[in-house]
Design a binder for this molecule. Structure first.
Ligand SMILES: NC(=O)c1ccc[n+]([C@@H]2O[C@H](COP(=O)([O-])OP(=O)(O)OC[C@H]3O[C@@H](n4cnc5c(N)ncnc54)[C@H](O)[C@@H]3O)[C@@H](O)[C@H]2O)c1
Length: 490
């Protein structure tokens, strides 16, 4: 199933990506002026698996607990999912949300303050952009978008409109990442050099084939054209197929397999902990080595991102072995932070390097507790409500800049795997380039100039843990010009 690059480009041009470089975006409609005691009126787009199980249910609970929100409208192209969301809100909150098939009609007719987007990946950018341009705050499921260009566009529109955007990587609401970030910036592990993370899984039937097909999934109950987004240029027309509807993650036009379903979770956490954002150079590798079930996406893959700050990030996984994941950690010159696997770990552990390197025999293992957070999704939505009430996008635990940076890392990895290329990314101009020798040459030249190390954003530790000792015998080094021993030159 080839990705419809041409039609997707048409959509981007139509909605403004081409204008990003020129900084010419359409002016946003102002937010609805809410009275002081008004509740935030929220609508749902795509209350399917996540959109119902997390978005509708969590916000219903938060409304029951007295947060100032009203769940007023529901939009889904599948009648069963629409009805299920309406029934849930009705039975729990005793109000009846209006239902829609087309999100544009919902945005236009309802006096909304915010929307929650839980559709498959290929719809995220368009639905988020149109919402923000209509003056609405957005909770958008991860991955923020289907392509890098879309991510940059959503980021830009979020800045232009000033709307609050929370990207649905709920683990970013665990305070441990901020705790570790403060330690890293203060120089706890010395020069930060590398993060590695993982998302290993296994399944008897093949990854994502556990999403059930039902007889109710049929063209009578589902507006297939609107699911495909073929009129909008989001994918090409194809006949209705329950396998595609329910297991879209396995096919490039709609998802990107583990890159966007899983890697983006862990990568976002690592960016949050290190303070890193957009990469400088990315390469991806992998293949379909077991799951020959008609899927497009690999079952073994690795993405390696190198950052201008002088840090390498790696995310790796198989979809067919789970019991032996690699450690999730951040390495530095004087020590490491080691996390448990996944996000349900209890503590982060500081592990020092040897005193022969750190010159500090007092450095000892230390633990930093994660705290008891039984439901990170609940905290993530609660945080979104706080940010909306304060009208402050940067209060979000996963704002648009972090969301865009994380998805850029993993999608460049997917592009590298698919196109057989290495990608460069310029974090200043937010542009993609093809890899060449300049990356390695830049570091070699820096070494020859004996420059100080580059650091993660917010670094406050000066040279601590990031300079090398000069052995006295290095005085003997240097070229013997005209046969003269450089050591004799004083
Ligand atoms: N944060 C997490 O832990 C987490 C977990 C699961 C899924 N997700 C994300 O949530 C999103 C949805 O995943 P899912 O498993 O719930 O998929 P799903 O297929 O179960 O649900 C998607 C829903 O969107 C509806 N839909 C499709 N196109 C639409 C359109 N144009 N307008 C309105 N509704 C439309 C579908 O009918 C369906 O009800 C994905 O982006 C996925 O990555 C995040």
């Amino acid at each position: 199933m080839p990705q419809s690059e041409v039609t997707r480009r048409d959509f981007l041009n139509a909605t403004g990506t081409a204008a990003i470089a020129a900084g010419a975006l359409t002016a946003a409609r102002p937010a609805r002026a809410a009275a002081a005691n008004d509740k935030l009126k929220i609508g749902f787009v795509g209350p399917g698996g996540r959109g119902f199980g997390a978005h509708v249910k969590t916000l219903t609970r938060l409304a029951e607990e007295g947060r100032p929100i009203e769940l007023v409208a529901v939009c889904d192209v599948f009648s069963e999912h629409r009805d299920r969301a309406v029934d849930h809100i009705k039975s729990r909150l005793k109000t009846t949300p209006r239902s829609y098939v087309d999100f544009r009609e919902m945005y236009a007719k309802e006096e909304l303050d915010a929307v929650c987007i839980g559709t498959p990946d290929h719809w995220h950018a368009k639905q988020a952009i149109e919402a923000m341009q209509a003056g609405l705050h957005v909770y958008c499921e991860k991955p923020m978008t289907k392509t890098v260009e879309e991510a940059l566009q959503v980021f830009k529109v979020s800045q232009e409109t000033g709307r609050v955007m929370q990207v649905g990587v709920q683990s970013t609401s665990l305070p441990i990442w901020n705790t570790v970030n403060a330690q890293l910036r203060a120089g706890k592990i010395g020069k930060v050099l590398m993060y590695q993370t993982e998302f290993f899984r296994n399944s008897a039937m093949g990854q994502w084939r556990y999403y059930k097909l039902t007889e109710q999934m049929n063209p009578k109950n589902i507006n297939w054209k609107l699911w495909l987004g073929s009129d909008e240029g989001l994918s090409e027309e194809q006949p209705f197929d329950r396998e595609v509807y329910a297991q879209w993650r396995r096919f490039w036009p709609f998802g990107s397999g583990m890159f966007t379903d899983l890697f983006v979770h862990r990568t976002t956490s690592m960016l949050k902990a290190t303070g890193l954002r957009f990469p400088g150079r990315v390469v991806g590798a992998g293949g379909i080595y077991l799951e020959y079930d008609g899927r497009d996406v690999p079952d073994v893959a690795t993405v390696v991102s190198d950052f201008r700050e002088g840090v390498q990030g790696m995310v790796t996984a198989t979809m067919a072995s789970q019991e032996t994941p690699v450690l999730q950690l951040i390495r530095g010159h004087h020590g490491s932070f080691v996390f448990g696997n996944g996000e349900a770990f209890k503590e982060a552990k500081f592990v020092p390097e040897r005193p022969q390197v750190t010159r500090n025999s007092n450095l000892a293992e230390e633990t930093f507790p994660v705290g008891d957070i039984p439901d990170s999704t609940y905290v993530h939505f609660d945080n979104w409500i706080d940010a909306m009430l304060a009208d402050d996008p940067m209060l979000c635990n996963n704002p648009a800049d972090l969301g865009a940076a994380a998805i850029t890392n993993v999608l460049l990895g997917a592009m590298s795997y698919r196109q057989g290329k290495v990608f460069h990314f310029d974090p200043d101009t937010l542009t993609i380039g093809t890899g060449d020798e300049s990356w390695a040459r830049g570091w070699e030249e820096k070494s020859r100039r004996r420059e100080p190390a580059n650091h993660i954003p917010g670094w406050t530790a000066g040279n601590a843990g990031s300079t090398l000792e000069e052995p006295t015998y290095m005085k003997l080094a240097g070229p013997w010009v005209d046969g003269v021993d450089p050591a004799t030159k004083g």
